[in-house]
Design a protein around this ligand. Structure first.
Ligand code: SF4
Ligand code: SF4
Length: 472
């Protein structure tokens, strides 16, 4: 029985409710009166529930679809302006005891090189990342209680935060590790992590169990209820995501929003971010074997409808997407991207030779971070390395209330300029620096608040003179 407030996965992601939502949406996909009603509600920019959003996803009417895309762009602009936050994944270890059939790190893959970084190697990687200009990382690790116990993860986080190389520093470590206990989540919280991210992979229980045949991850309920345990452990920023291609996309979409509604109903705060990865080619993995793989147009519609349904939730895409696809999705709602990523263990310090490849998936967007920054600036997006919120205690419901009132812009915009300025001073190539300085000049003219402008100008000058780490 569907119960948004239940603590049981099979009740808050009730299979029948998901199927019924998808069926209802399909049945009404040409019901223009109903679609118009939902679009009108969406224009209030307060979000939609999973049924309403599913209807927009299913809508086949050309002019309504144009309206949906237009609205997604407008909401993106209202909540996120023209800022894009940058991050990089850091793979600590690819030892894994699970059997996920879509991931090359699955335990039965005997030919992929297994690696686990020592603290010295973590340090080398972090210095390489700092030298690129990164300030925000998402650490990734396979699940293996012997090789990658929580103590190892905590030690790595400590190492990462401790490294101050030249003007570099990693100011926010987000964590993407397997579902764990409340006690371990509490330890992660104490270690000062930003967001805890866990992809559901697929919400369809039957498919989930088939795709995760062995290992602790096989337990659907334990995995799906992980965010509740994380929040119980004190982590108030959590990131959801599905791997599109594993099950039917409309099922995943409705269930993903039901998960967001559940977190909001039980904990008073929805997901901080939603990631939208698609299945990609990798060692031992052929994406063509997954009949639910989605094309670019479907991906764009999904991103637009998520943007409309949960305006206050950040949306993330990785370098699994091509430059062209990233450009489309940025416009429709994505607010965070990775840049210059390596998806192998130790790949930043020393790029791997082909026969030593330990990558989790093939990176499609292979550009350097500086190329990504220049590209963003040329597209008139402000690249932001901001990490201010959690360092200022703006997390969980506090963050959400500022965000829902559209007040976060007053912090994000000046912070984006401050962190861009740091990047330009410390890491940018000459043409990126010139374009970035022009952008800062232009953006300064957009600031009406004279107090903010004066503090900002003052701090930009201090950055030019060598000081770092200012924030609103
Ligand atoms: S997806 Fe994660 S848990 Fe599954 S095999 Fe890959 S690393 Fe292990
Ligand atoms: S001010 Fe907060 S919400 Fe805005 S970019 Fe910085 S960390 Fe993100």
């Amino acid at each position: 029985m569907y119960n948004v407030k239940s603590q049981k996965a099979e009740e808050f992601i009730d299979h029948r409710e998901v199927l019924e939502s998808v069926r209802w949406a399909k049945e009404n996909k040409n019901n223009l009166e109903l679609i118009d009603e939902v679009i009108e509600k969406a224009k209030l920019r307060k979000g939609l529930n999973h049924r309403e959003a599913s209807l927009l996803l299913a809508c086949e009417d050309k002019s309504r679809n144009e309206e949906i895309f237009k609205l997604a762009k407008q909401i993106k602009k209202d909540y996120y302006g023209n800022r894009i936050v940058l991050f990089a994944p850091l793979y600590l270890s690819n030892y894994c005891i699970n059997g996920c059939v879509y991931c090359p790190y699955h335990a039965k893959n005997k030919h992929i090189p297994r690696k686990k970084m020592t603290q010295e190697e973590v340090k080398r990687e972090v210095i390489a990342l700092q030298d690129m200009g990164h300030k925000r990382l998402a650490i990734e690790s396979g699940e293996d209680p012997v090789n990658n116990p929580i103590e190892y993860i905590l030690e790595c986080i400590k190492t990462i935060y401790s490294i101050k190389h030249k003007n570099g520093s990693i100011r926010r470590v987000n964590v993407n590790i397997a579902a764990t206990t409340v006690e371990n989540y509490r330890k992660l919280k104490e270690a000062g992590i930003g967001t805890y991210i866990l992809f559901q992979e697929t919400y369809n229980k039957e498919n989930y169990e088939m795709l995760h045949p062995t290992g602790p991850k096989h337990n659907y309920a334990y995995h799906t209820e992980a965010m509740d345990r994380a929040m119980e452990g004190g982590i108030d920023d959590v990131g959801l995501g599905v791997l599109f291609g594993l099950s039917e996309y409309d099922y995943e979409f409705a269930a993903l929003l039901m998960h967001a509604e559940h977190l909001e109903a039980v904990h008073g705060v929805g997901p901080h971010t939603i990631s939208v990865p698609r299945i990609r080619k990798a060692d031992d993995i052929d994406p063509d074997a997954f009949k639910n793989a989605i094309d670019d147009d479907t991906m764009a519609k999904i991103v637009a409808c998520i943007r409309i349904a949960v305006p206050y939730t950040g949306m993330i895409i990785s370098t699994r997407e091509s430059k062209k696809s990233r450009e489309t999705l940025l416009n429709l709602g994505v607010s965070q991207i990775s840049g210059g990523s390596k998806t192998s263990v130790g790949g930043y310090y020393e790029p791997e030779k082909e026969d030593e490849d330990s990558s989790q998936f093939d990176v499609v967007d292979n550009r350097t971070l500086d190329e990504v920054i220049k590209w963003l600036i040329d597209l008139k997006y402000i690249p932001s390395f901001c990490t201010a919120c959690y360092r200022e205690g703006r997390t969980g419901d506090r963050f959400m209330s500022i965000c829902k009132n559209l007040k976060i812009h007053d912090c994000c915009h000046p912070n984006a300029l401050l962190t861009l300025k740091e990047y330009l001073e410390d890491y940018a190539k000459p043409d990126t620096k010139a374009a970035g300085e022009e952008m800062i000049k232009h953006e300064l003219q957009m600031i009406d608040n004279s107090e903010v402008k004066s503090v900002l100008l003052n701090n930009l000058e201090k950055i030019k003179n060598g000081e770092r780490d200012f924030r609103f």
